[in-house]
Design a protein around this ligand. Structure first.
Ligand SMILES: *Cc1c(COP(=O)(O)O)cnc(C)c1O
Length: 423
């Protein structure tokens, strides 16, 4: 793609953008009566205008029906009663991650789900005890792995195989990851890592990693916190064994919104070990309250607890927007919008290194900039100018132009701020 660094061109790109109407589905935060330029969807996505109404509907059911809300809806409502509130989300979630509805379920929060999936898919036996992951993954994932391994009576130092970028590089080489899986083929029990790295914005070739893991006979799982709603996924076809995510980043489901898991169909009959609760119990007989756990079929059988109905209502409203836009169209815009932002950043002449891979196939919408001069001051200037990104000590600014609500004109304005700050 070749671009031109002008407001006119940016506005032309916006006019030609088929997803442009979607911006109007969101509440854009403002300062002094002007829309902020919000490039922080990688941390907390914006509020869909439908969220308040969705939440209000459930508050009304609670008000009028109280406990009956579990089993019925007000006469005019077509939604499912709370008892099966999670079912509303399955179809759009399945579409977004490339799965069958039976393979996904919304529940809990991300780190909780990571532990639940580890319980089911990490089965150390004999020589095979190791977990291969990437070094420097999100802290919660590191803590979860460390403590999960300890809880099994094993030593994380001996169990974890961490693959790092090479000396002097910021991103991983796929060949190094695949090679490490090969190298530890006799001692591995699991491959588990982020599908899209939170700091660099690098997307991994999940299909290739899954294929290699299966070649050496181990299951593979991905943390999709930064991938879901950002890049197209085909979890079912890629034969990924399991995955989990959060919904408050690119899925716009609100702070601490409901997480979810994917469990591939091939595991549905296996009766894998799990930490169970009554909500995963065969729903026909859940209220028989009998002894002995009988799981629901599919991913639903991993549910533990009474669903968070209010959070789920917002989640559903948000999911419908992403599903309606469709991941293919979102990706098409995302590649171009991110490329445009990259172009104006470079064209500004500001001394910075973009550590996010330059190849579209290896990144989502986020660009991570290592600012080589006055990083914090530049970040503060961006904030003064109404541009919201995020800052990581000592020198990193992450900007995520998200295709659902960001525009080319906004990207152009970021470049202008850099240019003016340099001058
Ligand atoms: C955002 C994020 C989390 C957050 O986990 P919670 O349990 O939702 O607090 C975990 N892992 C990764 C990779 C993330 O990007």
């Amino acid at each position: 793609m070749t671009f031109e660094n002008s407001l006119h061109v940016a506005q032309q790109l916006d006019q030609a953008d088929p997803l442009r109407p979607f911006r109007d589905r969101f509440l854009i935060p403002q300062a002094e009566g002007k829309d902020l330029i919000y490039f922080c969807g990688n941390s907390l996505g914006l509020q869909p205008k439908t969220a308040r109404e969705a939440l209000g509907r459930e508050l009304t059911v609670w008000q009028h029906l109280a406990v009956e809300g579990w089993f019925m809806r007000p006469d005019h409502s077509e939604d499912t009663p709370w008892l099966s509130v999670h079912k509303r989300c399955k179809e759009p979630l399945a579409q977004i991650v490339g799965a069958n509805p039976s393979e996904v379920v919304p529940m809990n929060n991300l780190t909780v789900n990571m532990h639940l999936m580890l319980t089911s898919f990490y089965q150390p036996a004999g020589q095979r005890t190791k977990i291969l992951t990437i070094g420097g993954d999100f802290p919660s994932d590191q803590y979860a792995l460390e403590t999960h391994i300890t809880s099994r009576g094993l030593n994380p130092d001996q169990v974890l195989v961490e693959v790092f970028p090479r000396e002097g590089e910021y991103t991983w080489r796929m060949a190094d990851i695949l090679h490490a899986i090969d190298e530890h083929r006799d001692t591995l029990a699991l491959v588990l890592m982020s599908g899209l790295h939170y700091y660099t914005g690098q997307v991994f070739d999940m299909a290739a990693i899954a294929q290699k893991a299966h070649e050496v006979g181990v299951p593979v799982g991905f943390d999709l916190a930064h991938a879901i709603g950002n890049v197209p996924l085909q979890l079912h076809d890629w034969q990924v064994d399991f995955a989990f995510w959060c919904s408050y980043k690119y899925l716009n489901s609100g702070p601490g919104g409901v997480s979810g898991v994917f469990v591939h169909e091939k595991h549905h009959q296996a009766n894998l070990p799990r930490l169970a609760g009554w909500w995963g119990y065969d729903e026909e007989h859940r209220f028989d309250m009998t002894k002995g756990f009988v799981p629901m079929a599919g991913a639903d059988g991993w549910q533990l607890s009474t669903p968070t109905v209010l959070a789920m209502a917002v989640h559903h409203a948000a999911l419908q927007i992403t599903a309606e836009a469709g991941m293919e169209a979102l990706r098409r815009k995302s590649e171009q919008l991110t490329a445009f932002l990259e172009f104006v950043l470079r064209d500004s002449g500001y001394p910075l290194a973009i550590i996010t891979p330059a190849t579209p196939a290896e990144r989502g919408c986020q660009l991570s900039l290592l600012v080589q001069r006055d990083g914090k001051a530049l970040f503060n200037r961006l904030v003064e100018q109404g541009i919201i990104g995020d800052w990581r000590e000592p020198d990193c600014i992450r900007l995520a132009p998200t295709p659902l609500y960001n525009t080319y004109e906004e990207a152009w304005r970021v470049g202008q701020v850099l240019r003016n700050f340099l001058a």
